[in-house]
Write a protein that binds this ligand. Structure first.
Ligand code: SAM
Ligand code: SF4
Length: 317
């Protein structure tokens, strides 16, 4: 289905839970989230029903996210049920990777095609600092397990934070030299825990091109990322510029929060509650969300924070 601007909406991102086993400084408060009652969160059956109706409207790709999607109990059975949706072409998930060593093979068997794993630094102390509670070794083990299980091609999401990991741009990009993966540098967005960061933290992706002038543009986009390659590298480097660029014109997605609201745009306050709707009513509500996607999000900068009324762990990125 196309929106009023002619953009074809083929991609649904589902946040399985607000909860997480890490506490990244730019995403969540240190104390985590208030534990919600089970009944406040969509059941896995409700998520499946919404996904089926979305597929009937043209959704071909679903990404599971969070919070941390792997902490949601029963998520493997949801994956299996989503995989049964005939129109679905791709099932992916975004994870911090910590639980992948024990789950990667089961995820592949349940029908997940590939995963994006968040990795902002290669330094164990900095990893602990940015995630507040995490251990770099666990995520590296998760990346390895995902590769072994065939959840590939892997994408590693790295949020650029000025004064924190800009010195690691060459080392992170060098991960693509011998492995067929994509390292994606993402501009920090003024939302969630990042909203009060100082202007120096909001580093534009241009910094990657300045540090690595040898990056060759591939002239193609991978969804919202612009793609590059280091000379002779097997993998690719992606740049995602929500602040210094604008990819709203090619936005193809809608989002579903764990408590049952559709978000036509990540950075808009607008939400459409769809919990309790079924059949034609549900499809109509999904259709409305698609049709009324805003043309673009408002300004985002170190000074102007996102208009989204939720933190990032409640939307899923
Ligand atoms: N827990 C999973 C993970 O970390 O990959 C999935 C959920 S997380 C909210 C999804 C993505 O959003 C991660 O890659 C994370 O780094 C990114 N993210 C969170 N807060 C952000 C912010 N303020 N600016 C840019 N990216 C952010
Ligand atoms: Fe958790 Fe992902 Fe947010 Fe980090 S970015 S706190 S891993 S939801």
């Amino acid at each position: 289905m196309r929106d009023t601007l002619g953009r074809e909406i083929t991609y649904l991102r589902i946040s399985l839970t607000d909860r997480c086993n890490l506490r990244c400084v730019y995403c969540m408060p240190p104390e985590g989230v208030n534990k919600r009652e089970h009944r406040e969160i969509l059941s896995l059956e409700e998520m499946e029903e919404i996904a089926r109706e979305a597929a009937a409207l043209g959704v071909r790709k679903i990404r599971l996210t969070g919070g941390e999607p792997l902490v949601r109990r029963g998520m493997l059975s949801l994956c299996r049920r989503l995989r049964d949706i005939p129109q679905l072409e791709e099932l992916t998930l975004t994870t911090n990777g910590v639980l992948l060593p024990g789950m990667a093979a089961a995820l592949k068997a349940a029908g997940v095609d590939r995963v994006n794993i968040s990795l902002d630094t290669l330094d164990p102390e900095k990893y602990r600092c940015v995630t507040r509670t995490g251990t770099l070794e666990d995520t590296l083990a998760g990346i390895w397990a995902a590769g072994e299980a065939g959840l590939t091609p892997l994408k590693l999401n790295c949020v650029l934070i000025g004064g924190f990991n800009d010195d690691e741009i060459p080392a992170l990009a060098a991960l693509t030299a011998r492995e067929p993966l994509e390292v994606r540098f993402i501009e920090l967005m003024p939302i969630g825990g990042a909203a009060p960061f100082g202007p120096e933290a909001y580093l534009p992706c241009e910094a990657v091109l300045e540090r690595l002038p040898e990056l060759e543009p591939l002239g193609e986009t991978g969804g919202v990322a612009e793609r590059f390659r280091l000379p002779g590298a097997v993998g690719t480097v992606g740049l995602i510029r929500p602040l210094s660029g604008c990819f709203c014109g090619r936005c193809d997605r809608i989002r579903l929060t764990a408590d049952g609201c559709l978000k036509p745009c990540l950075h808009s306050r607008e939400e459409i509650p769809i919990r309790g709707l079924h059949g034609a009513d549900l499809r109509r509500a999904l259709g409305r969300a698609i049709l009324h996607k805003p043309e673009r999000h408002g300004e985002l900068s170190a000074q102007v924070r996102s208009e989204a009324a939720r933190d990032m762990n409640q939307i899923g990125g």
